[in-house]
Design a protein around this ligand. Structure first.
Ligand SMILES: [Mg+2]
Ligand SMILES: [Zn+2]
Ligand SMILES: [Zn+2]
Length: 880
C-alpha cells in the first residue's frame, strides 16, 4: 500500500550547539584527509563515520556502501566562539534593542533592521521614548521595577525636551529598566562589532544575546524554542557529510579534494593553533590575532564573496567555491539545477529559411529524426503498424519496446531478434519510435521573451543539417538566418502533444496575444511580391499563371481577364481570397483598395493592407487553418511574382539628378540662412524666450526644429526626383524594407546628428573638435551633416555621425540587459497564474488574482480589430 501524507507546514530554524553535537557522527580533530596508504584518517575530514565516497569502503555509522549511506554530519569543537557571517546583522539587531547591562528589551517597538541599516547612529524619536516610559504599557512589571523605571524615564523626558532645543547635541540614551547608559553600537561588516568604539569579542556578544529572555526575544520576532540568537555564534561547527564534498581521483592516481574540504582543513588547523597558544599562555594579542584568523576562515567557508574581506584562494590564484557560491546566482543550485534543467528529447541546430514548407512546419535533418523518439501506444488498431516498426531495419523504426510492466527492451539488431520481438508484441505495451513527418514538436528561440517564443510545429524530415523555418514565421521568434540557432523539443505524453497541437501551434498564433494585430505576416520580399502581383500593370502569361497556381495547389485556370489571353495579377490573387470578403481601405500609397465578394478590384496590396485588415479579418472570420493556407499560398504566389518581375537596386538608384541636387542645395542654403538669422537674434538678445526655457535652450529648440523641417523638405525633393519607379522608393513606400530616411541619407544629406535628442555639444571647450572655432553655433559645428553617404562624409562629419550612432548602440545594449532581468522578475512573479474555466485568474493556492481575466474577459487575439485601440500597437511598451 502506498502511504501518503500531506505536508502541513515547513519550519526553518537554527541548530543549537547541543543539536550540532547530538547529530554529529564524528568529532573532527585532524586537519587532514587520507593517510599514506590512501585510507581515511580517523577523526580526519573524510572520517568513514561521516559516510564514504570510495566504492570499496563501508560507512562506520550505518554500515552502508557509497550507494546506501545517506551521509552523516560531523562537527568541529571551536576553541573560541565564532560569529556566523550571515547572522551578524540579526545579532546586531538584538543588541541594538536590548540593554547591555540588564539585557532587557529597550522598547516595545523594536528598531527595525532596515532602520538600523539606514543610519547606525539614529536617534530614537522623542515620542517613542515617551511611549515606552508610560508604565501602563508595560506588561507583567513588578512594582519595584516600576519604581526603578520611573527615575530614568523622567530623566529621559527632560532629555527629550533639551534635544528639541539643540538638535545637534549628542543625546546619551539610557536603559529605562536599570538606568544604564546605552553604548554606541556599530557593526562593521561582515563580523566586527564595536561598543563605544571598542572592538567586542564574540564571547562578549554571545553572553549578551544569550541573556535576553524568551519573552523579549518573542517581542523581537524570534521563536526562542527554535532559534536563539546565541546559536548564531558557533561553539560547534557542523561538518557536512563527505558525499557533499567528494574528492576526485585524477588519472595520475592523485587525489584532489573539494573546496569545502580545503576550507575545513584551514579551520581545524587554525583552531588547533589557537588552542595550543591558549594552553601555552600566549599573550592576549596573539590569541586575538589567531581568533580573528579563525573567524576569517569560518566566514569564507560560508561565503567566499563576503564584502570587505579578501576571498580565500587556491595556490593557483583561483578563489575557492564555498557554501554560498554553490547556491547563489545563475550558475548556483537554484537557477542552474532546479529552476532550469537539461532535457532529453531535444535538438538544437542552426536555422535556415525554406519558403516552400508550410509556416506551421519545421524542417529537421534526418540525423536528428533518427535520434529523437516519441512513445507510441500499441493498440489493437495499430498492432500491425507497430509490428512493422519493430521489424524495420532503417529510418522510421522502433528503438525500444516498453512492456506493460514498465520494462524497456531495446529492439534487436538482427532480423531474427526483431522478428521474435514483433511476434511477442502485445497490446498495452508501447514503442519508442523515430519521429516522422506530421509529428508535433515545440520549437523555441531564446531569449524566450513572450509565449510565442515557443510554438508547436509539425515535423518535416528534410535533407541537410539545419532546421528549416518558413521565413514568414521569423517575427514572433525574432529570428534571422545569420547563424541563429533554435531548440526543438519532442513531447512525450499524449496530453502535451494535444496541448501543442491545439493550443500552441503556429497557425493559432497568427495574431499577437498582446495587441491582437497580425505578427506572423508577409515581410520584405513577400510584400514586394504582393505589390508586383497585384498592381495595375501586373499581367501574366498563361504559363506563368499556371506555374503559380500549381505551386499553391490550384489545378484549374480561370478565364483570362486581359486581352491577348493574359491574366491580371489581381485575378490570380483574388482566387486565394475567401468569397465572402469585402473590404475598402486606403493603402500606404494613398490609393483605394477595394475587395468585393472575394475579388480584388482596385488598388495594390502592400504591407499595411495585408497585415492589417485583410489578415485580421480573415483570421477572425475563418479561423487559423484557413488563414494559414491563405498565408502560405499568398506568400508563395508573391515570391513567384517577385521572381518574375525582379527587384534590385544599384548605385544609380541612389543618385539624384543635377536638378535634384540643386533643389537640395537651395533647401539647405535656406536652412543655413534661417539658422544664421536665429543666432544673430540670440546674440543681440532680440530672440524671444520660450516659456520655461533659457535663451540658449530656446535657440537650440528652434534650430533643431528647422533642421528636422529641412530633412522633411529634402525628403520631398528626393522622392519626386527619384520617382515612384525607383526600387528603393517602392520598397520604402509599400513597407517592404527601408524607409524614405534611408534614401535621403544615401542620396542627399545625412542631416542633424543628435545625442540625447539635442544637437551634439560635447567634446572640447565650447566646441566638438579643435577643427572648429570656439562658441560657433551654426549647423556644421553642432552636428549637422551636409554630406550624403553617397558623396561621403568629411572627417568631422564622420566623427559627429559616430557620436550619434554610438548612443543608439549603447541604448540597445542596455535595453537587452534590462529586459532580460525584467523577464526573470516577471516569470518569478507570475509563473503560477492561470485562467480558469470561470475566467478567474488564480495563483497556485487558488487565490483569486483577477475576478475576470484582463478585467473584460477578452482575449486580445479574438477581439475584433475595431475594438482594439490603436495606441497599443506601439511595439516598445515592454522595453521602454
Ligand atoms: Mg541573428
Ligand atoms: Zn552511513
Ligand atoms: Zn538595563
Amino acid at each position: 500500500m502506498e502511504i501518503q501524507s500531506v505536508l502541513e507546514k515547513l519550519k526553518f530554524s537554527l541548530f543549537s550547539p547541543e543539536m550540532v553535537r547530538k547529530m554529529s557522527a564524528a568529532k573532527i580533530i585532524v586537519p587532514d584527509t587520507y593517510d599514506d596508504d590512501g585510507y581515511p584518517i580517523d577523526g580526519g575530514l573524510v572520517d568513514t563515520r561521516m559516510g564514504v565516497v570510495d566504492p570499496g569502503l563501508r560507512c562506520k555509522t550505518c554500515g552502508g556502501t557509497v550507494k546506501e549511506c545517506p551521509g552523516h554530519f560531523g562537527h568541529i569543537e571551536m576553541v573560541r566562539p565564532i560569529i556566523h557571517v550571515e547572522y551578524a546583522k540579526h545579532m546586531f539587531y538584538v543588541m541594538k534593542n536590548t540593554c547591555p547591562n540588564c539585557h532587557r528589551i529597550l522598547s516595545k517597538k523594536p528598531v527595525q533592521e532596515s532602520e538600523i541599516k539606514e543610519s547606525e547612529k539614529e536617534i530614537i524619536k522623542a515620542e517613542d521614548t515617551k511611549a515606552v516610559s508610560k508604565p501602563e504599557e508595560k506588561k507583567e512589571e513588578s512594582p519595584e521595577k516600576k519604581e526603578e523605571a520611573k527615575k530614568p524615564s523622567t530623566a529621559e523626558e527632560v532629555e527629550a525636551t533639551t534635544r528639541k532645543r539643540s538638535r545637534k547635541k549628542k543625546i546619551v540614551k539610557k536603559c529605562y529598566h536599570c538606568g544604564e547608559e546605552l553604548p554606541e553600537l556599530k557593526l562593521l561588516k561582515p563580523t566586527s562589532f564595536f561598543k563605544n568604539k571598542n572592538m567586542m569579542l564574540p564571547t562578549e556578544i554571545r553572553d549578551w544575546v544569550a541573556s535576553v529572555s524568551d519573552g523579549d526575544l518573542r517581542e523581537l520576532g524570534f521563536d526562542p524554542l527554535y532559534s536563539r540568537p546565541e546559536w548564531m555564534v558557533f561553539t560547534a561547527l557542523p561538518v557536512p557529510p563527505v558525499n557533499v564534498r567528494p574528492s576526485i581521483t585524477l588519472e595520475t592516481g592523485e587525489r584532489s579534494e573539494d573546496d569545502l574540504t580545503h576550507k575545513l582543513v584551514d579551520v581545524i588547523r587554525i583552531n588547533q593553533k589557537l588552542e595550543a597558544n591558549i594552553n601555552a599562555g600566549a599573550p592576549q594579542l596573539i590569541i586575538e590575532d589567531l581568533w580573528e584568523l579563525l573567524q576569517y576562515h569560518v566566514t569564507t567557508y560560508f561565503d567566499n564573496e563576503t564584502a570587505n574581506i579578501p576571498p580565500a584562494r587556491h595556490r593557483s590564484g583561483r578563489p575557492l567555491k564555498t557554501l554560498a557560491q554553490r547556491l547563489k546566482g545563475k550558475e548556483g543550485r537554484f537557477r542552474y539545477n532546479l529552476s532550469g534543467k537539461r532535457v532529453n528529447f531535444s535538438a538544437r541546430t542552426v536555422i535556415s529559411p525554406d519558403p516552400r514548407i508550410s509556416l506551421d512546419e519545421v524542417g529537421i535533418p534526418k540525423a536528428i529524426a533518427k535520434e529523437l523518439t516519441v512513445p507510441l501506444r500499441v493498440t489493437e488498431w495499430n498492432l500491425d503498424y507497430c509490428k512493422e516498426l519493430v521489424m524495420r531495419e532503417d529510418y522510421p523504426r522502433a528503438i525500444y519496446i516498453v512492456r506493460s510492466d514498465g520494462k524497456r527492451i531495446k529492439v534487436g539488431d538482427t532480423e531474427e531478434m526483431r522478428k521474435e520481438q514483433a511476434e511477442n508484441l502485445k497490446v498495452g505495451s508501447s514503442l519508442e519510435r523515430h519521429i516522422i513527418d506530421g509529428d508535433i514538436s515545440l520549437f523555441n528561440r531564446q531569449p524566450s521573451l513572450h509565449r510565442i517564443s515557443m510554438m508547436g510545429h509539425l515535423i518535416r524530415v528534410l535533407p541537410g543539417k539545419t532546421f528549416r523555418l518558413n521565413p514568414v514565421t521569423v517575427s514572433p521568434y525574432n529570428a534571422d538566418f545569420d547563424g541563429d540557432e533554435m531548440n526543438l523539443h519532442i513531447l512525450q505524453t499524449e496530453e502535451s502533444q494535444a496541448e501543442a497541437r491545439y493550443l500552441s501551434k503556429v497557425d493559432g498564433q497568427l495574431l499577437s496575444p498582446r495587441h491582437g494585430h497580425a505578427i506572423i505576416k508577409p515581410q520584405e520580399d513577400h510584400v514586394s511580391g504582393l505589390y508586383f502581383l497585384t498592381n495595375d500593370e501586373a499581367v501574366f502569361t498563361r504559363d506563368e499563371a499556371a506555374t503559380m497556381f500549381y505551386e499553391v495547389g490550384l489545378h484549374e485556370l480561370p478565364k483570362p481577364d486581359v486581352k491577348g489571353g493574359m491574366y491580371s495579377g489581381k485575378l490570380l490573387f483574388s482566387l486565394l481570397l475567401p468569397d465572402d470578403l469585402s473590404l475598402k481601405m486606403e493603402s500606404k500609397l494613398g490609393e483605394q483598395i477595394v475587395i468585393r465578394a472575394g475579388k480584388l478590384t482596385r488598388g495594390a496590396i502592400e504591407s499595411k493592407s495585408m497585415e492589417g485588415e485583410l489578415l485580421e479579418k480573415i483570421f477572425v472570420a475563418h479561423g487559423p487553418e484557413f488563414t494559414k493556407n491563405f498565408l502560405n499560398s499568398a506568400t508563395r504566389m508573391a515570391l513567384n511574382a517577385i521572381t518574375l518581375h525582379g527587384l534590385s537596386v544599384s548605385l544609380k538608384d541612389y543618385s539624384l539628378s543635377k536638378k535634384g541636387e540643386e533643389k537640395v542645395k537651395s533647401v539647405v542654403d535656406k536652412m543655413d540662412r534661417e539658422i544664421d538669422n536665429l543666432i544673430m537674434q540670440y546674440k543681440n538678445k532680440s530672440l524671444e524666450r520660450s516659456p520655461g526655457k533659457t535663451l540658449q535652450e530656446t535657440l537650440e529648440g528652434l534650430i533643431v526644429e528647422i533642421t528636422s523641417l529641412t530633412r522633411d523638405e529634402v525628403g520631398k525633393v528626393v522622392e519626386s526626383d527619384m520617382g515612384i519607379t525607383n526600387p528603393s522608393i517602392i520598397m520604402a513606400k509599400i513597407g517592404a524594407r527601408g524607409s524614405l530616411l534611408n534614401a535621403i541619407q544615401m542620396t542627399a544629406l545625412v542631416a542633424q546628428q543628435t545625442v540625447r535628442n539635442k544637437r551634439i555639444a560635447r567634446g572640447y571647450k565650447k566646441r566638438i573638435l579643435p577643427y572648429f572655432r570656439e562658441g560657433e553655433l551654426t549647423g556644421a559645428e553642432k552636428g549637422f551633416v551636409y554630406s550624403s553617404f553617397h558623396s561621403g562624409l568629411t572627417p568631422y562629419e564622420f566623427m559627429q555621425h559616430s557620436m550619434g550612432g554610438r548612443e543608439a548602440l549603447v541604448n540597445t545594449a542596455i535595453r537587452t540587459a534590462r529586459s532580460g532581468y525584467m523577464q526573470r522578475r516577471l516569470i518569478n512573479a507570475l509563473q503560477d497564474l492561470v485562467v480558469l474555466g470561470d475566467f478567474t485568474v488564480r495563483n497556485a493556492d487558488m487565490s483569486i488574482v483577477q475576478f475576470v481575466y484582463g478585467g473584460d474577459r477578452k482575449d486580445p487575439m479574438y477581439s475584433s480589430t475595431a475594438e482594439v485601440l490603436d495606441f497599443v500597437k506601439q511595439d516598445d511598451i515592454d522595453t521602454a
